[in-house]
Design a protein around this ligand. Structure first.
Ligand SMILES: Cc1cc2nc3c(=O)[nH]c(=O)nc-3n(C[C@H](O)[C@H](O)[C@H](O)COP(=O)(O)O)c2cc1C
Length: 149
């Protein structure tokens, strides 16, 4: 089972969120690998069984430029088998809160086996941890169900 978490973070909020989730995944998936998006080999995307994406939101509810190529790779490669989740940090000050999570969610729903999504306001707080735990539980259940079939 090949599993990765791939993220972009400009000011550190999404990075913190992804690291909280990574710590929780590690006892279950000892081989899970964490990548900043520019370190991730896009040409190998379809080799993964499961991927969690982390993205902040930019512009007017948009996907940040650092994530364009990853988004495009999901559209171009054969990733139908892949279990995915998408998380992000945004700011409710903007009209489209975590718009990039919604953009990824809609695309991943079509292209992959989307399991779960999570939106957090700015830097993750103690009060967000229950939702982080739920995200991890959902994702693990979906991966385990698939590996039994
Ligand atoms: C120019 C700009 C545009 C933004 N647009 C949005 C937006 O449309 N929706 C949203 O939820 N957050 C928006 N944000 C807020 C960031 O997504 C938010 O601060 C996030 O926590 C940054 O994550 P990072 O620390 O991982 O870079 C914007 C921030 C900036 C600077």
């Amino acid at each position: 089972m090949k599993i990765a978490m791939v993220y972009a973070s400009r000011t550190g909020n999404t990075e913190e969120l992804i690291k909280c989730l990574y710590e929780r995944f590690l006892p279950h998936f000892s081989n899970i690998v964490l990548y900043e998006v520019d370190e991730f080999a896009l040409s190998q995307l379809s080799e993964y069984d499961a991927i969690v994406i982390g993205t902040y939101t930019w512009g007017d509810g948009e996907i940040p430029p650092d994530m364009f190529f990853l988004y495009e790779a999901f559209e171009k490669q054969n990733v139908k088998h892949m279990i995915t989740g998408v998380v992000g940090s945004g700011d409710r000050f903007y009209p489209h809160f975590c718009g990039a999570v919604d953009e990824f969610r809609d695309m991943l729903y079509v292209q992959t086996n989307l399991a779960v999504t999570l939106k957090i306001e700015l830097f993750p707080q103690e009060s967000d941890m229950e939702r982080c735990n739920q995200f991890v539980d959902f994702f693990i259940k979906r991966v385990k169900r698939k590996s039994l079939t």
